[in-house]
Design a protein. Structure first.
Length: 124
């Protein structure tokens, strides 16, 4: 199922996105549907019936996770980062005033997602 596949790839799909995908699929496949041509979304009734058809799914609020944690913060990745950084600094010759410490800049690397559809945990 596409929803579960996207969740496993750390790209959860919310209800609005699910409704948009359903509309686009119906349009591309020439399926007659009652979806709104104005909003280009499947209806909320359709979304509710989708969740009833797939009781293994629920709306969840995922924990914010940094990209470094997702990509595997390890020695190989850190060495690769510094190798790439050195190559860029040598080729681009950035002046010192153009290099920023992101940790102190107020820029966050942690994405705070909205609610997504996710597979329920198996009962133990």
């Amino acid at each position: 199922m596409h929803v579960v596949e996207m969740q496993s790839r750390f790209y959860g799909i919310g209800l609005l996105e699910l409704r948009r995908i359903a509309f686009e699929l119906a349009e591309q496949n020439g399926i007659v549907d009652p979806f709104s041509r104005v909003t280009k979304l499947a209806g909320t009734d359709w979304a509710a019936s989708f969740l009833r058809r797939y009781p293994e799914l629920s709306l969840r609020h995922p924990e914010p996770t940094s990209m470094s944690r997702l990509s595997g913060f390890n020695r190989v990745q850190v060495n690769r980062f510094y190798t790439l950084l050195k190559a860029e600094l040598v080729t681009k010759k950035f002046p010192a005033q153009r290099i920023f410490n992101v940790d102190e800049s107020g820029i966050t690397m942690v994405h705070t997602p909205g609610k997504i559809l996710a597979k329920k945990a198996a009962n133990k």
